[in-house]
Design a protein around this ligand. Structure first.
Ligand SMILES: [Zn+2]
Length: 434
């Protein structure tokens, strides 16, 4: 991030040198010309990451759960993200995920969702010299010029709206600028990638959710949804979509990744796939290993009822079958693949840092983004294309969604449709209505 230049430094050379050393972390000093090139490029164009789970990490902190002040981002944080490493990584804008689990069974989703808004908003407000709340594409560009990290909120999981378009609008007003339509649980109105396909994609109410998001200017995020849902959304969408953290299924056959048939439809829609760093989504070896772990867990559960013994047996299996390591080069392969099939105007990055327990070798935390750019420079990417990948594609999508929303708001009022009206009473929660 460029800092405001002090005129004094021009007068006093040793001070200039001293400040230059302070501004350049040791890891930035390099003899790698591709890395030097990448760092220079990222000073001139904003790097926008689509997905970081820090707000949930703060909630679940082992030492001080939910305590935003105690999770000090000025120091070294326990996981992947803190201010110093964001600076080293030259991150200009971050969509902070305000994920909530789809499996909550107690008081409904609103309580936890609102608590995550509160945690994320207090986290951003706690560092006004470094983080700037952002609600629009223009905000991202302004923050970049001022040397602050534009901080946006993305909701992860349409279960949070509890089948209510009014709740959707209220969450938009609280600052949510994307909604991942599902997390891992299939909803009453949309199928998830990792759950059963109950609707073959979207129901009619699901289509109305997409239309209302387009009217609001909230980005429709297709990470976590089934290919059927992706396809239905592309049929109905009136604005470009995003995938905030997904990679290419042709390279790693994981249900969370995007099939080529969907990638091929992105030029017409105008959207962007923000390639994720999740090891099991970028490495087929890691995906296969995780599938074997799941088999072990199921096998153990079928034969042993003591849960401590179950864990011990699975850990024992893991100790003799260590996990393979995903790599930075594999992430670059996924970026190259999305570029090849969807085009260079439709690729971005959505790391999922703080949402993953292991990371690819070379992409260990938020400080490492420039190394990924260096790899792509070595593969022949031009500066113009790297700028699109870094953030210009996402900015284009965001501006387009905003412009479309402004027009749609002139054409139609907020939707008052209910799921019962559109899908019938029987489909709610998959049960007969009492
Ligand atoms: Zn996710």
């Amino acid at each position: 991030m460029p800092y405001p230049r002090l005129p004094l430094t021009r007068l006093f050379f040793p001070l200039t040198l001293f400040l230059a050393t302070m501004a350049q972390p040791a890891s930035a000093q390099t003899n790698d010309p591709a890395l030097t090139h990448a760092r220079k490029l990222l000073k001139s164009t904003p790097l926008i990451d689509g997905h970081n789970d820090l707000p949930w990490e703060i909630r679940e902190s082992k030492t001080a759960p939910r305590d935003v002040a105690a999770y000090d981002l000025r120091g070294r944080s326990p996981k992947h993200t803190d201010l110093r490493r964001l600076q080293q990584g030259q991150v200009a804008a971050q969509f902070w995920s305000i994920y909530i689990p789809g499996e909550i069974k107690d008081s409904g989703y609103a309580r936890v969702q609102l608590e995550q808004f509160d945690i994320a908003r207090r986290m951003i407000a706690g560092y006004p010299d470094r983080l700037a709340p952002a609600l629009t594409a223009d905000d991202i560009e302004q923050s970049f010029k001022r040397g602050r990290i534009a901080s946006l909120l993305g909701m992860e999981g349409g279960h949070a709206i509890e089948n209510s378009l009014g709740a959707l609008r209220a969450y938009y007003d609280l600052g949510a600028r994307y909604l991942t339509l599902t997390h891992n649980v299939t909803l009453d109105w949309a199928d998830a990638a990792l759950d059963s396909a109950r609707h073959g994609g979207l129901t009619e109410f699901g289509r109305e959710v997409v239309r209302e998001m387009n009217r609001l200017g909230m980005l429709v995020d297709l990470s976590h949804v089934s290919p059927g849902t992706m396809s239905d959304v592309l049929d109905v969408a009136e604005a470009p979509v995003i995938f905030s953290h997904s990679s290419a299924r042709a390279l790693t056959d994981h249900p969370r990744n995007v099939p080529d048939s969907i990638l091929a439809r992105l030029p017409k829609n105008g959207g962007v796939v923000m390639v994720t760093f999740v090891p099991a989504f970028v490495s087929s070896d890691v995906a296969a290993w995780e599938a074997r772990v799941r088999e072990q867990v199921e096998g153990v559960k079928a034969s042993v009822t003591d849960t401590a013994e179950q864990r011990r047996l699975v850990d024992e299996w893991k100790s003799t079958h260590p996990a393979p390591q995903a790599t930075l080069k594999q992430v670059a392969d996924h970026i190259d693949h999305v570029r090849k099939v969807a085009g260079v105007d439709h690729v971005g990055m959505g790391s999922d840092f703080d949402g993953i327990d292991s990371t690819p070798e070379g992409l260990e935390d938020v400080s490492r983004f420039p190394y990924l750019f260096a790899e792509l420079i070595r593969r022949g990417w031009t500066d113009a294309d790297l700028k699109k990948l870094a953030g210009q594609n996402l900015l284009r999508v965001f501006h387009a969604a905003e412009g479309r929303a402004a027009r749609l708001q002139k054409e139609r009022q907020p939707s008052t449709q209910t799921i019962e009206e559109l899908d019938g009473p029987k489909t709610v929660s998959g049960k007969e209505k009492a």
